[in-house]
Design a protein around this ligand. Sequence first.
Ligand SMILES: Nc1ncnc2c1ncn2[C@@H]1O[C@H](COP(=O)(O)OP(=O)(O)OP(=O)(O)O)[C@@H](O)[C@H]1O
Length: 593
Amino acid sequence: MIDRSLFSLPGIRAALAQLAAINAALGALAVAQAWALALAISRLWAGGALASSLVPATVFLACYVLRQATRTLQDSRMERYAGERAGELRRNLLERIYDEGPALVQKTGSGGISALALEGISQVETYLELILPKMVGVVAIPVVILIAIFATDWTSGIIALACYPITVLYMVMLGKTAQERAARRHAEFMRLSNHFIDSLRGIETLRLFGRSRAHAGRIYSVSERFREATMKTIAVATLSSAVLDLIATFGLAGIAILLGFRLSDGEVALLPALFVLIMVPDYFAPLRAFASDFHASLDGKNALAAITGVVSGARAHSTNRSSGTAADADPSQASVDDDFSWGPRSTLELSGVCYSYDSGQRALSDISIVLRGGMRVGLVGLSGAGKSTLASLLAGFIAPSAGGIRLDGAAVSNLCSQGWRHQVAYIPQAPYIFHATLAQNIAFYRPDATREQIEDAARAMGLMDLVGDLPQGLHTVIGEAGRPLSGGESHRVALARAFLDPSRRVLILDEPTAHLDIETEMELKETLLPLFSDRLVVFATHRLHWVDQMDLVLVMESGRLVQAGSPAHLKGTQGYLALAGAINGSETETHHA
Ligand SMILES: Nc1ncnc2c1ncn2[C@@H]1O[C@H](COP(=O)(O)OP(=O)(O)OP(=O)(O)O)[C@@H](O)[C@H]1O
């Protein structure tokens, strides 16, 4: 019921200590307020003058104001604490997302990740704001009040004490059910988020194949499941509040009836009886508040677990990545230095590198290659051979599950560090165009580039026709919700990004021309080839005419490297290049070779 992960939050001890003090004060004020009210009433009942009740009535009002002020102090303290923790979580989550890159987004789903980063964080903030004071209050306030009840009347104290474990036991039982329901609801919410984002992304395909309506039906059924899960959670919450109210009412009634009998028998005086009776609702109030806020904050509890899971899971992942490799044998093995720079004499050596996706799918097996300075390396092979996976590994998006990497002779556990990533310009099949101006998109790797430098890059990559067509030239907003670009234009923007940053000496292209028609591809080739000089180029492709531009061609099959050599050599030997070339001619694709 109590979320243990809360205790690992930074600054939690100090926050809990402050809350304990605040709640003990709230308990003491409740006692003082009850005493003042009971005194005022009993004096009036005894026929005292109104003036005799003036002091207790003033104390009562003062206690009331002080209680409200203490609660406000507690709320503002918690708001600050929750805000700080939420800020930290958001930073950690974003850091992890950007650190892990596509691997993490693929694993969690882009909808799920955005739901966590947006709603998830604010749910956690609300959770912390609500649950921490209630968690402390549920112990501190009843203890103070119970001491006061026992000090006044043992019988009432025993009834109140007996009700407490019953209530707690009941809350624990219901809490488990509520937690299961809320976890199911959270899972449905993540599924809905992923499903919705996927549908938006695929809307073009869905419309094209006349499947939008059928798909709308699927979104409806996923939303329905989410609605049902929500209703079930609400049902448990409502039921538990009702039962808790019942227990509290029975407790109060039991104490009231007994006090009433004993009062009429003269066993107890009016003042202590009233005092106890006024305190009892305050005794049960924190339990009821905890129960109702517990349900209201379950979303935040699940979001906290999911975000912590993503953050620590990614951390564990990156720790695992550095073990199970040659790192075990060589403790000096580390990540790539931040000031590392790829040069003409640099070498990158993979030995026995393997990679398996979380699904267990082995995508790379025992890859051993040496890449040097300005080498141009072509990656070819049938669909599913592992080209993209190897390109991702070389770009530093994923780390090997086993095997060793040496950079300039020094063992490194993986390439997933800033030092390496700052050397890399990565061009995927469909480069992402941000919702920003064309200039900002080009200056992606170098936001400090001058207008002249951006223009030079645009000119070199053949973008000036586009610039001329755009209403505000380089300052026209492009990308999603802006002016859309064609596939060829998007690739030119991606190339201009690489051109603008000559310090990135490693160019990794993952089937950059897969979506382009052959004419556009040939035009782009002209632009692209000058970028290859003095860079390490890794080019995964199905289009074999690129192979002639390469110094080394790696042929992959089922995650293994089956052939390696110069294009001329490979074309002369029996194997993929000779076979694909013979079937398709070297200017065509080899998907179905
Ligand atoms: N995110 C993933 N999760 C699980 N398996 C994956 C994932 N991505 C790829 N795979 C699997 O890993 C293997 C290698 O895939 P990869 O995309 O690297 O091949 P490829 O040679 O680039 O294929 P293509 O030419 O079709 O792009 C395939 O069996 C593929 O199904």
